[in-house]
Design a protein around this ligand. Structure first.
Ligand SMILES: Cc1cc2nc3c(=O)[nH]c(=O)nc-3n(C[C@H](O)[C@H](O)[C@H](O)COP(=O)(O)OP(=O)(O)OC[C@H]3O[C@@H](n4cnc5c(N)ncnc54)[C@H](O)[C@@H]3O)c2cc1C
Length: 357
């Protein structure tokens, strides 16, 4: 993970409540994968606020971009939609995330993208990265009305070039429309299954990427489960804070644990960035998460949702036992390798060693 200070290249109003920020990264090359995201830090009302936003650009594009949709009463999204054009310098960190195109996909692998609202953002990035020689992905995209469709002109162009086959559902649109593949009303399990079976030759071996509001994601996931799609081929990215179980293992007043933390510290000397390797033995109070304990020692750790959803605070354990309460970001393999989410992790013994990314 790296931190950057970027400038604005362009702000694009996508719909009435959604805009795209195109970043000027300066001379520095910035690499990421389609489907990944970055964290933006802003000071809002005197307080630091950090949130995650997926790239809507493909890594091959000159300027990375993110797309932000206004959330009712949301701090960061309203601030960005209202004031992005006044911000001259952006504090960003990343890239983060495992929601990327499957690495072992062959030229024949079929891809289905299941989107809702601003969840289209990482899926557009993926669409733009899938080459002409691969089968055209199928996209199911649920929006309230046609006016809420994000990236309509890019999607139309990709459709014309036969690089996607799109099917829309407009939940609040009562007029029947012609000229596009769409339905009025919400997607349902039979509709999802029928559209997939019409367009995908071998649904059982396709890969599925899901991103949107949580209830819609659950509908897509249930439809795929009913079709017996293997879980390993279903990839999901949650934007909304998932309803997490607030379990704190052990006794809040229980024994403190000692944890060894290895991390890098960046300092600026004469405008030059220096990186130092640090190791610190910290005390973690009973019921205190590793993230909170590290913060208490002023160790700089990336984090965003604090719910085990975004994955920004991942770290590696090299020793000892850690209990993780909620995890919606790491794969089973990553957990088996020793990856943890610091915001959801509690040391169980005194032998825990953590290596920060
Ligand atoms: C990995 C990841 C990638 C993301 N990518 C994008 C992206 O590309 N574009 C984008 O617009 N957002 C994206 N998000 C969501 C984004 O990080 C913020 O959560 C969102 O902008 C709301 O932040 P806020 O500060 O405005 O709301 P907050 O002040 O944090 O929340 C205000 C209220 O809104 C609810 N809420 C928070 N987020 C959502 C949401 N997404 N939908 C509905 N209700 C919500 C909260 O429960 C709360 O009640 C992503 C989130 C994650 C974890």
């Amino acid at each position: 993970m790296r931190r950057y200070k970027w400038r604005t290249h362009e702000i694009i109003m996508e719909t009435a409540d959604t805009l795209t920020i195109v970043f000027d990264t300066g001379e520095e090359r910035f690499g990421y994968e389609s489907g990944q995201y970055l964290n933006i830090r802003c000071t809002i009302g005197g307080e630091p606020v950090s949130r995650s936003y997926s790239f809507s650009s493909a890594p091959t594009e000159r300027y990375p971009r993110i797309t932000v949709k206004r959330v009712l009463n949301g701090r960061m999204s309203n601030y960005l939609v209202d004031y992005a054009s006044d911000i001259s310098e952006w504090n960003v960190e990343g890239p983060f995330g495992n929601f990327v195109l499957h690495r072992d996909m062959s030229a024949e692998t079929e891809v289905v993208l299941l989107a809702g609202g601003s969840g289209m953002s990482p899926l557009l990035s993926m669409l733009k990265s899938i080459g002409n020689d691969a089968p055209a992905p199928l996209l199911l995209y649920a929006c309230k009305t046609p006016a809420d469709v994000l990236f309509k002109s890019e999607l139309d162009e990709l459709e014309q070039d036969k690089r996607v086959h799109t099917y829309y559902a407009f939940s609040l649109d009562i007029q029947k429309r012609s000229g596009g593949n769409c339905m009025t009303g919400r997607f349902s399990q039979p509709v999802i299954q029928s559209v997939i079976e019409q367009h995908i030759h071998r649904p059982e071996s396709a890969h599925y990427y899901i991103c949107g509001p949580t209830a819609l994601m659950q509908l897509y996931q249930e439809a795929l489960q009913l079709m017996d799609i293997p879980v390993s081929q279903i990839h999901s990215e949650y934007f909304d804070p998932v309803a997490t179980v607030d379990v704190i293992p052990g006794d809040r007043d229980g024994a403190k644990k000692e944890v060894l933390v290895s991390y890098y510290e960046m300092q600026y000397q004469d405008a030059e960035q220096q990186t130092y390797e640090c190791t610190l033995l910290i005390e973690v109070q009973g019921g205190q998460s590793l993230l909170d304990a590290m913060r208490a020692y002023d160790i700089v750790v990336s984090s965003s949702c604090h719910k085990g959803t975004c994955g920004a605070c991942w770290a590696m354990t090299s020793n000892g036992k850690v209990k993780m309460t909620n995890n919606y970001a790491l794969t089973e393999d990553e957990v088996a390798e020793g990856k943890i989410l610091l915001c959801q992790s509690f040391p169980v013994d005194d032998a825990v060693s953590i290596i920060l990314a």
